[in-house]
Ligand binder design. Structure first.
Ligand SMILES: NC(=O)c1ccc[n+]([C@@H]2O[C@H](COP(=O)([O-])OP(=O)(O)OC[C@H]3O[C@@H](n4cnc5c(N)ncnc54)[C@H](O)[C@@H]3O)[C@@H](O)[C@H]2O)c1
Length: 257
């Protein structure tokens, strides 16, 4: 019996939001698996993505291209996809990682915060998927991996907009999987638990908050971006070819309780 391959040699993978956190770790893991990587970042954070690109080149010998992307603007989405396909001819793997959170109790949620969270985490992710999905459907091949959250399947305090957006991503994943399966395009989702990243660092500085979160995770540990990369590489690789429409929870058992 031959072992399934997790290698991505010759593949082009585009990851959104690569200057830090899960996006940075995912891009480096994909590069480590042999992929050429396209690293997107907000126009005012391109330096951070360039640093990730340098690491991909130096540590993995990968080809790495940085392109600006602001998911709140459809013209920026179009330009980023054209930048990647113009340089490499295609995108084989899209990791929709970029996202934001503005924790507020439901009674305090402002329209501005709601629109920002839904606008980036759900609307932006959809139109990015549509732009790349169009090229994948035409080529009859591709893998899309959406970084949602365990908050897409459970509720939590101060997460009204965030949970709504992430639940939207979980079910959008199913829709795209069903529509694009006949075209050879797989669409899956990853639901991480709480991880320590720039997005969450300020909250974990409060010891009581850290204790409260850790106590809810059966494995008893807050995750790191590297904890997510195995799932990303698996869903990008031929080893997951029969998997689509799935949400893989990397949550230390949070949702099993
Ligand atoms: N950290 C966690 O605990 C955790 C848990 C579950 C899911 N997630 C999800 O993982 C993803 C990455 O989060 P992270 O924790 O690594 O945070 P992060 O802040 O390190 O990364 C977020 C990335 O998104 C980019 N971004 C923000 N707004 C953007 C926009 N308008 N257009 C394009 N890019 C934009 C940022 O520049 C950054 O690169 C997010 O979707 C987040 O919701 C995080």
């Amino acid at each position: 019996m031959t072992l399934p391959t997790f290698r991505l040699d010759g593949k082009v993978a585009l990851v959104t939001g690569t200057g830090s956190g899960i996006g940075q770790a995912s891009a480096l893991a994909l590069a480590g698996a042999g992929a050429t990587v396209v690293l997107t970042e907000l126009p005012d954070r391109l330096d951070a993505a360039e640093a990730t690109a340098r690491t991909a080149r130096e540590e993995h010998g990968a080809e790495a291209l940085v392109v600006p992307l602001d998911l709140t603007r459809l013209d920026s989405i179009g330009a980023a996809v054209e930048g990647a396909t113009g340089r490499f001819g295609r995108i084989d793997v899209l990791v929709n990682n970029a996202g934001i959170n503005i924790p507020q109790y439901a009674l305090d949620v402002t329209e501005e915060a709601w629109d920002a969270i839904l606008g980036i985490n759900l609307k932006g992710l959809f139109f990015m998927s549509q732009a790349v999905g169009r090229t994948m459907v035409a080529r009859k091949s591709g893998k899309i991996i959406n970084i949602a959250s365990q908050m897409g399947v459970v509720g939590y305090f101060k997460r009204a907009a965030y949970c709504s957006a992430k639940a939207g991503v979980v079910n959008l994943t199913r829709v795209l999987a069903v529509e694009w399966a006949p075209h050879g395009v797989r669409v899956n989702c990853i639901g991480p638990t709480f991880l320590e990243t720039p997005l969450t660092k300020p909250f974990f500085e409060d010891p009581a908050y850290r204790e409260e979160i850790t106590s809810r995770i059966p494995l008893g540990q807050i995750g790191t971006p590297e904890d997510i990369t195995g799932a990303v590489v698996y869903l990008a690789s031929p080893a997951s070819d029969l998997v689509t429409g799935h949400t893989l929870l990397v949550d230390g058992g949070w949702t099993a309780l």
